[in-house]
Design a protein around this ligand. Sequence first.
Ligand code: CUK
Ligand code: CUA
Length: 641
Amino acid sequence: MLGKKKLLVGGLSALVVGALLAGCPPKKELKTEVGTAEVAQKVYVPPGKYDEFYAFLSGGFSGQVSVYGLPSGRLIKIIKVFSQDPETGYGYTPETKPMLMTSHGFVPWDDSHHPELSQTDGVPDGRWLFINANNVPRIARIDLSTFETTEIIEIPNSAGNHASPFITPDSKYVTAATRFSVPIPQKDVPISSYAENFKGTLSFIKANEPGKMDVAFQILVPGYDYDLAHCGKGPSYGWCFFTSYNTEQAYTLLEINASKNDKDYIAAVNWKRAEECIAQGKYQEIPATYYHNYYDEKKHMAFSEVKKSVKVIIPKDCPGVMYYLPTPKSPHGVDVSPDGEYIIGGGKLATVIPIHSFSKMLKAIEQKAFEKEVDGIPVLKYDAVLHCEVPKPCLGPLHTEFDGKGFAYTSCFVSSEVVKYDYKQCKVVDRAPTYYSIGHLMIPGGDSAKPWGKYLLAMNKITKDRYLPTGPELFQSAQLYDITGEKMQLLLDFATIGEPHYAQGIPVDIIMKNVKKIYPLAENEHPYAVKAEKDARVERKGNEVHVYMTMIRSHFVPDNIEGIKVGDTVYFHLTNLEQDWDIPHGFAVKGSEDAEILVMPGETKTLVWKPKAPGVYPFYCTDFCSALHQEMQGYVRVSPA
Ligand code: CUK
Ligand code: CUA
């Protein structure tokens, strides 16, 4: 069907594909499983009933996070993170604009790949969700009591923050790393001086105190490309693992030039050792400008602070801080089993799935089973750290999740399937096709110490014929599988927002018990809040006019505003006096160059407006809030300057 083989391998050179195809099992005919009443029942959530799991999917190039219920696949929320959102005013209002400040100025967009839930004792705890920005390296914290972004830290000395934000089991740190090696610190050099001038950094970001995210330290590493990460747990607590491809150090035509080496690396970083080196002063404090933005929930206002330097560890000054584990071949994902012992690499171009053993790694370090050293970083012997290679698993293995019952599930992009195997015995036990070309997969808790191994979500890169045609642009496709039986069973397709790379899932009760329903008006400390209609007013300060306005079903106070002149800047500060769940009011004024704003119960938000010509302009509530919503409106009169 679909000329599928051509479609899937189109991006790889014939040589590589030839090598890949040799030694792999014959691909079985892919066919859509026909829905049955039994399958339908497994995903049917009756009207008015809740799903079992929240699923948080990254928005990829939409820069946001989308929230779905599983197993229904119902979209229940879009969380605004790295992109402006005209629906609510996020990134437009003066209250939220500081969230998107960076050392490059105001950046209204990014590319978000990996959501990661906070953990306690290695188990997702539902307090926060972290997510990376790939383009301007940043990590955001989302507060899961409000589903709002409350903090964004920029990562200095980095480019392409991809191996991020993978978390330690106690939520002490989240990781960040350079996908693109660059001159560190940045300088103007020929690109051909890559080998000599380009470096990478692996960063550890303090994550366990809301409002206090910061770069704890960075490790300066050879100029490879660092792709993904996962941190150790249980016996491997204190370590994080990062895939490192392009050990060829190619800087042009990477498709060919970065695919030459038979093995690249997984970097094993001992962050406890790094902490010791920091405590002993074995680091360099180097100048670096980066932003930390945070949202004060009582002031309903974001603030930015600029940081000026960062602690950098040079591996040769801190022996034992990291090792390289040879790993075939251009590894993409790296995933750690729930018990913390097995480290699985997904070599995009590999014909096996290598599984490293953490205990063997420790032994190899003790016995100095080194193949060589790179910039003071020992490269361990492959055979000394390898638990096994899963033979002939699939084509193009990328990412792995676990079900907590001894099985690993790896996504395979090229052969477009999920392969299930016993990772201790290294034996494939099942495979299921995906439609089409899976990237990440997700099992709720599947990268934690305690997976809830009931469903598996495949996030596919190519949709093709899965939905009704919508012109050249198609949404991407997610597919839900039941993994409770011996064989995986496809249950459901649903469309996604942007390009979901990774996702996280968690039982709904863990989140639901903390969810807030309103912002208490009494606690509102916004400097322009008004808590009663009698305090609503208009104040002029030179060319600035501040309108302290209230909204409640179904009117604004004041609703007739005069005395505005062309050349003024008008600040409409709207406080929603409601204290009922799910009664937001909106505000839009004719001709505003900004978005509308949507104000939650008890919240204050500001719309800035610069009228350009005399006249009378209407404003209105944009959110249908009562039977008299259509009456919720007013006028502003603008006179000549
Ligand atoms: S990446 Cu997209 S499929 Cu950015 Cu984690 Cu692997
Ligand atoms: Cu308020 Cu519609």
